[in-house]
Design a protein. Structure first.
Length: 190
């Protein structure tokens, strides 16, 4: 099954909804389901719903063999983590689909990482669909472990420079307090 999601933006994504519906009517063998969002277009060649509740949406993502999606970070990262074959058709400011082209930039970056297939032009969607079917994508490698290792290493190096290798303050940082004969507190930094 091919699942198409346009996200929950207030801007319609007619370009994608219309193109996928047209493709579904001209020979796609897979079932196609579209989450149409705020589009005022009614698909005639596939199942659709404006929005899915969380559970139904999760089920659609799990069931699909190919996901065609807008360039929303949450959707893309979630599907990449699940190992889905993904075509990202970014919303474009020039068409009034978003306020800027950050989705284009995101899709290009994920494409360079071989995690998705970026398809900025809906007219290229049939070719993108064929390319995705035959493509092996990279596996998502989360940065969490690398980030935590870097933080831990940084903390360790700070502790060693501030406290010495055994966790004690270095000699130059030690200070002891003593009192002179009049009882006035003095700092002896030695």
């Amino acid at each position: 099954m091919i699942f198409v999601t346009v996200g929950s933006q207030k801007f319609p994504f007619l370009r994608l909804v219309r193109k996928v519906d047209q493709m579904a009517g001209t020979g796609l063998t897979e079932e196609v389901v579209i989450q149409t969002g705020t589009a005022d277009y009614t698909p005639v060649n596939c199942r659709y719903r404006a929005f899915y509740d969380r559970d139904a949406y999760e089920e659609m993502i799990d069931r699909c063999s190919i996901l065609i999606t807008h360039g929303g970070t949450g959707t893309v990262v979630d599907a990449v983590k699940r190992g889905k074959k993904i075509i990202v058709v970014p919303r474009r400011a020039v068409y009034g689909e978003h306020v800027d082209d950050h989705q284009l930039q995101l899709s290009e970056q994920f494409h360079r990482m071989n995690l998705v297939y970026a398809c900025p032009d809906t007219e290229s969607l049939p070719q993108a669909l064929q390319a995705v079917r035959d493509r092996d994508f990279s596996i998502w490698q989360p940065n969490t472990a690398r980030f935590l290792a870097a933080v831990s290493s940084g903390i360790r190096s700070l502790m060693i420079s501030d406290f010495g290798p055994r966790g004690h303050r270095g000699r130059q940082e030690q200070s002891s307090k003593s009192r002179d004969q009049s009882g006035t507190e003095m700092r002896n930094e030695g």
